[in-house]
Design a protein around this ligand. Structure first.
Ligand SMILES: [Zn+2]
Length: 455
């Protein structure tokens, strides 16, 4: 990369840290809509702050009614490379060791909600643009930074932006991890319902899970029975090595299954407590719909017993999660969240699930097509080259079952800014960035943008 750009970036460190501190101190969590502030006043304040800072760096900006903003730099009427980030953050949640919006600095770290997702990476991309501009490097394509305000919820920002501005076709989103994510699996979400059986073990209460995309860590059921049933639970726990507890009450036996919670797109090493409960209920003699569910989803995340197990080289294996299992008014409702390889046929997957759940009615279903930018494309090759040259690390494109902002772009990939081996801190307590790593990310972004845009 051009030495001037590299040197300039080195000189930005404290400016970067100061700006990130100010941005993180604005708690831009989605709130009640107000005039000119569709995602609440704090998000609007964040947008105005960002726009003022970007203008002060010398980039002309446009604001889209409080939904989004952009800043473009380079020759007009030429192809654009988009950099897509967001200014909103998820709520702080519990477990913080420092006030979550204090942006406390501890040595090389800045700790706070939004440091890594996504304000720190956005600023890395912005400072990369600043360095390219100050070095006076002529561009043949322009660079457009687009900042959304609703990424963590409904992407209303990008819908609005696309309706009011021309969205570039090619670009990257600094809102995930290096080296690069060029593949997002397709998705099938389904809610199914069936009456419970009057035969066999009776389940009096069961209500686990609120979200389809969460692997529940605990599942509690109230079963008709007494000490003998509790003993059977204990025997099954001993046999399987799984964590079940049974408590004999006057109204029945309360059973708790404790698994390992997580995100449905990343089930490896997790244990779905609903799956645990289902195989226990089957062992205890449940019949009808719950038995069918246990047979179809026996604590496995590859969909084998739903007849949907598949994989491909680009994206890896299909994953399947039951995030919700509710018993209400004599009926059970269950959700399935399947993340499907790029080459899988979503219609076929849907049909196979239905065939393996006889007696169930599908009450809601949605599908999302996969997103894939070929590894040989100019975009992916440029980004991999920049990452490798700046870090010396191997650079292979990756696949995710999660969703990234990048798919707003026809040819969009997720690119940084967490590094291989970094802990996954997005949406967690004590989220932080390391300033030196963000300066390295800034160099990677500058290098990538130069490969794509310099004359
Ligand atoms: Zn994000």
């Amino acid at each position: 990369m051009d030495q001037r750009v590299s040197k300039l970036i080195g000189s930005y460190k404290e400016d970067y840290a100061a700006m990130l501190t100010r941005w993180v101190q604005i708690p831009s969590v989605k709130g009640e809509a107000a005039d000119g502030a569709p995602f609440g006043r704090d998000v609007r304040r964040m947008l105005d702050t960002a726009v003022a800072d970007i203008e002060a760096m010398g980039f002309p900006t446009r604001v889209f009614d409080g939904y989004a903003a952009d800043a473009t730099f380079g020759p007009e009427d030429q192809e654009m490379i988009a950099v897509l980030g967001h200014l909103d953050v998820v709520p702080a949640g519990d477990g913080w060791e420092v006030p979550p919006f204090s942006a406390r600095r501890e040595g090389e770290k800045i700790i706070g909600r939004g440091t890594g997702d996504d304000k720190g990476p956005v600023l890395a991309a912005l400072f990369a643009m600043k360095a390219i501009r100050e070095a006076g490097i002529p561009l043949k394509k322009s660079i457009r930074l687009i900042l959304g305000c609703d990424e963590e919820s409904d992407w209303g920002c990008m819908n609005w932006y696309c309706a009011h501005a021309r969205m570039p076709e090619i670009g990257f989103s600094p809102d995930a991890s290096f080296p690069i994510i060029n593949t997002e699996k397709g998705m099938v979400h389904m809610f199914v319902q069936a009456p419970v059986s009057a035969d066999g073990l009776q389940v009096k209460e069961h209500f686990t899970g609120e979200r389809v995309n969460v692997i529940p860590g605990e599942s509690v059921a109230l079963l008709a029975g007494g000490q003998e049933l509790a003993d059977q639970v204990a025997a099954f726990a001993a046999k399987t090595g799984l964590d079940y507890k049974a408590e004999v009450l006057s109204e029945g036996v309360r059973v708790t299954a404790t698994g390992i919670p997580g995100h449905s797109a990343y089930p490896w090493g997790r244990k779905n407590a609903i799956g645990m409960m289902l195989i226990l209920l089957r062992e205890l003699g449940v019949q009808g719909a719950l038995r069918t569910l246990a047979d179809a989803y026996p604590m496995e995340h590859n969909g084998e017993h739903l007849g949907i197990q598949c994989e491909d080289d680009i994206s890896g294996e299909l994953t399947c999660n039951m995030g919700i299992l509710h018993l209400e008014d004599g009926r059970i409702t269950a959700s399935l969240d399947c993340r499907c390889p790029v080459n899988a046929d979503l219609e076929q997957i849907s049909a196979n699930i239905k065939a393996h759940l006889p007696g169930f009615a599908v009450v809601d279903e949605s599908k999302k097509a996969p997103h894939h930018v070929p590894a040989e494309s100019e975009l992916v090759q440029a980004l991999l080259g920049a990452f490798h040259d700046q870090t010396g690390l191997p650079a292979e494109p990756e696949s995710t079952g999660g969703g990234t902002y990048a798919k707003v772009l026809k040819q969009g990939v997720a690119f940084g800014a967490s590094f291989p081996g970094d802990p996954d801190l997005a949406h967690q307590a004590n989220e932080y960035i390391e300033i030196d790593k963000m300066m390295l990310a800034t160099k990677i972004y500058a290098d990538a943008l130069l490969r794509l845009c310099a004359e």
